[in-house]
Design a protein around this ligand. Structure first.
Ligand SMILES: [Zn+2]
Length: 427
């Protein structure tokens, strides 16, 4: 006997321990059972479903690792050259066919009307199981359990039935290893996802909610992008979905633009040189066609890494800052704060406030403690102290900036909308 089965990696451990038990049972009956396994390869287990629980259009496959398992065994020959093919069972009036490994049951045995027939005694009885055997010429015969020993010519009925049961159990065991069990073996740890799909979902999530790392999610009590990606990848089962779940899924639906952005980002990721460990890992994940659950997190970060990279490139390309005003002259400036940074010096705390005017020209004002609010816009008089270049960018350094906040995303009522900024850092 040699028979092959397609089995899922998800349930293989459980299958193998069942096989070990069956092999022990076989040994007691004088049978030898062995098995071997081919290479794991991604195969489609199902399709993603949309908010209504229907298979999404276009169909998005879900993958898992599958391999070909080969079952080999030496089974005792039945007397008279007969081979056991399988057993016919009745389940609520319908025929259930249980095959011996490697055998197929002729279609006529699916007929419930003849399921309890015995071709040995030609009687229909209320049986739970009827055996199907095949002779060397390929002719099939259906024999009731009670008649089997008699039909084959006085063999030990108990050993015969035990051997038959074992073969049927072996086939059941291997067949069920080929069925995808969504509840048990189908857990997310055992699935594979197309890299392009996870990246596209990440793009949708970043587009809708902005990027949030797992670390920042903890600090700011927000949802991490990776969590949202997982939610879209593996939404609750349709019947358990709340209104909020459906709204979430609808809001995070992947668009063609997301898919296109993901493709470009993957190409960028593949080419990363891997200066840091993070970059190295990201490039490895981008080069894989399918990823495991544990890699969803790093792939979820691809889009934001790519966008940051593109942003830097755009910034470099768009850097048009020129020197403003005349050194030593005082004038009115309206500036939006881009960045602030504290520096400890011999003179105490100095704060570097970096700002831009509406044309993108860079300004820097060093204060002794006053920190302007990033994102707010201030208008006021300042004296140009110097025209300097920093990292290849032209910046106008200001002094004595007396300004009031005129627009801001963060309003502080205590400041009543007007903040006088006064003292300056020691030069
Ligand atoms: Zn009979």
């Amino acid at each position: 006997m040699e028979s092959t089965y397609q089995v899922w990696q998800a349930s293989w451990n459980a299958t193998e321990s069942r096989l070990e038990k069956l092999a022990k049972r076989a040994a007691k009956l004088g049978m030898t059972i062995t098995w071997s396994l081919g290479a794991w390869t991604p195969a489609v287990v199902g399709y993603e479903r949309d908010v209504d629980g229907m298979i999404a259009i276009p169909k998005v496959p879900i993958y898992a690792n599958q391999a070909t398992a080969t079952l080999t065994g030496e089974t005792p020959k039945l007397p008279g050259g007969w081979t056991l093919v399988g057993v016919i069972e009745l389940l609520e009036g319908n025929v259930l066919l249980r095959n011996v490994p490697g055998e197929t049951m002729p279609v006529l045995y699916r007929d419930a009307a003849r399921a309890t027939l015995c071709e040995h005694c030609n009687a229909k009885r209320n049986r739970t199981a009827t055996f199907v055997v095949r002779d060397e010429a390929g002719a099939h015969k259906q024999v009731g359990r009670q008649c089997l020993a008699d039909f084959l010519g006085h063999v030990d009925p108990h050993a015969l039935i035990a051997g038959a049961e074992l073969l049927l159990d072996l086939n059941d065991c291997m067949s069920s290893a080929g069925e995808w069990d969504e509840e048990g073996g189908g857990s997310r740890e055992r699935r594979l996802w197309a890299t392009s799909r996870v990246a596209a979902i990440s793009a949708a999530c970043v587009r809708v909610d902005g990027w949030c790392s797992r670390k920042n999610a903890e600090i700011y009590e927000k949802r991490a992008t990776a969590e949202n990606v997982i939610e879209v990848l593996m939404p609750p089962k349709f019947s358990y979905r709340t209104e909020a779940d459906r709204e979430f899924l609808e809001a995070h639906e992947v668009t063609d633009a997301d898919t296109a952005e993901a493709e470009t980002a993957i190409e960028w990721g593949k080419a990363l040189e891997g200066v840091t460990d993070y970059e190295y890992n990201l490039s490895v994940v981008c080069r894989a066609e399918y990823i495991e659950f544990k890699h969803v997190g790093i792939l979820a970060s691809l889009i934001s890494a790519y966008q940051r990279h593109m942003g830097q490139q755009r910034k470099r390309a768009a850097e048009t800052s020129t020197f403003q005003g005349e050194v030593g002259k005082r004038a009115v400036y309206t500036l939006k704060v881009e960045h602030t940074q504290d520096f400890e010096s011999n003179y105490g705390l100095r704060v570097m406030n970096r700002m831009r005017d509406e044309h993108g020209n860079l300004f820097v004002w060093w204060s002794s403690g006053e920190r302007l609010e990033v994102g707010n816009t201030y208008t006021g008089k300042a004296t140009v102290k110097a025209h300097e270049e920093y990292k290849g960018r032209k910046q106008t350094t200001l002094t004595r900036f007396k300004a009031a906040c005129v627009a801001g995303k963060v309003w502080d009522d205590a400041l009543s909308g007007l903040m006088e900024v006064g003292s300056e850092a020691a030069a």
